[in-house]
Design a protein around this ligand. Sequence first.
Ligand code: ADP
Ligand code: MG
Length: 690
Amino acid sequence: MSLFSENPCTLEDPVEQLSGIGPKRAECLANLGIQSVRDLLFHFPRSYQDRRCLTPIAEVSEGESVTIQGEVISSRNIRLRGRMSLAVLQLRDDTGTITATFFGRGFMANTAFRPGVRGLFTGMVGQYKGLALKNPEYELLSGDEEDRLNTGCIVPVYRLTENVSQRNLRRWIRTALNSLADGLEEPLPHTLRERYGFPELHEAIRQAHFPDEIAAGESARERFVYEELLAIQLGVLGTRAARRHEARHQRHVVNGPCLSALRERLPFSLTSGQARAVSDILQDLAAPRPMMRLLQGDVGCGKTVVALHAIAAALDGGHQAAIMAPTEILAEQHAIHLRDWLGPLGVRIAVLTGSMRGARDARARIASGDAQVIVGTHALIQEATDFHRLALAIIDEQHRFGVMQRTTLTEKGLHPDVLHMTATPIPRTLAITVYGGMDITIIDELPPGRLPVLTRRVTPAKVPGLYEYVHQQAARGFQTYIICPLVDESEKREDLRSVIRHFEELSEGPLSGLRMELLHGRLDAAEKDAIMHRFKGGAIDVLFSTTVIEVGIDVASATTMIVENADQFGLTQLHQLRGRVGRGSEQSYCFLLGTPKTDEGKRRLEVLCERASGFDIAEEDLLMRGPGEFYGVRQAGLSDLRVADLIRDARWLDRARRDAQAILEADPPLALPAHAALARQAARFGGVCA
Ligand code: ADP
Ligand code: MG
């Protein structure tokens, strides 16, 4: 028959099984994440080109976008000014001739575009000494049967990598399609396929690559988007349903003396967002199943005090509660709040961090149950740390921890209630995907009297004036943070030395006379704490720091934040940094220094100046970076979403979630034969949110 008839293969076979793909090609394909025949078939086109209508050269007119098929009759390499060059070709078909120009690629006149070569050229018609196609996309034809895949039809356009061309991919995918042994297992139940009018699997794969109409290709792709999102939702919702069957091992008391004493002692009334969060959490704690809740709220919205309510309820039940924070400074700050608000009630508190003295003693108190509330860093999840009766685990700034770390903390107790907190607003589509297994509470307001932080970019010429402003603020008793990025997170010596030098220049130069301190990751915990305490107590005017203070620090009289080389930070990180100020009633400012080298860097700083809401910022961040870089996405195994795009395909996400709920209601363990394939796919995404 044709050259495409092949030995049968299965989806799980390596691509080398296909004729035309040897070890070298297979290596190239691996760069696209393609290893198996399945990967290859699920490498869907990013777009299509309609090559059914070729325009005869005689009918081409200026300003049109056309595809022509022609033969190169002459080609020249023309040198331009500088070191640029231009390839100029004459193309001919049965009806006439036209010029095609390729800017910057003069060398191709003597290589790919030698006279006699035939090809397809797609592009806009402009002028170059007469009508010309300017920088058209092109594809050379080989004159054999394979051209049928590349001409006269709708052709797929793929994401490529080095040494893999469109023609290669089209051929290999066609080969794979033709070689598939019959009977691909159809994961989607018939009813769902009907509901959305999806073609069955084999046909859908074919249409996605080689559609009869562009619309058919796109709707075939949607089938796979939906399938992928459905598998994720079945995974996360299935885990959640399984957890619902866990019994509660400890009873909390949600109207006990500790809780009411805390309520009385609070120097302010809760915002309505906080009150709602407290009520959600207390309901969870009273329910028959362990809590699994994500508390999401912008920096400064007051999540700590909400967590304190949960802790009080655990204490009233006679249990231990723990808060884990990503940095020592933050853990220490929580400890201060706990001592302030719970200490006077006779609650015994233990602090456990990595580098502290007396860790052995603290561990003994935690293990014996002498310590009722434990606050600490990663030290909490070390093997040496045993709890007595851990009934409530709170994970602050949870996105800073890996899934494993979070799970490890919860496993220190017996199905404890778990509260995750994050100041990183998560766009809804992502929240449903990554955290779909948790209940979510959002606090969307700040305590009253706060003014939004005003954010400004500062050009180098204006920097001296900025330092003047810092002096004025200090004279009025207000403090300043200066944040300096380190190129290397690990705070290498050379790097650190340049930060220290900069610190000295400032403290002896424009900021001399101010009480200034340097904070960085190389200091030991005691030194850091000492500095933070003095800053909080107003004994320091300017805190010059690396990003060790990134999250959570709360000093109401700090009103100015200066970020050096701001373009080197991510959008979300900048927003979090800025959240360190604006915590009192005084107008606060965030000044961004540095000159962005890329358009994206520039855009980031603009977004920050224009937007105050963490949710807006998060949406922008998602748009700019894509979900791959987003919190938790990689950890959750979602960065390799093959088809779905969490922004473009949001409406399919909603459908998938609804359908997953219905499927799980009817068949919670996904045990029906009709769900077998779905269950296998879903298993990849289970436990994501542990
Ligand atoms: P985050 O949500 O960023 O962790 P914090 O819990 O650190 O915020 O709270 C920020 C500051 O706001 C703290 O000083 C806290 O005491 C204060 N605060 C919290 N809730 C309220 C409230 N309802 N009214 C006034 N101040 C509040
Ligand atoms: Mg916090």
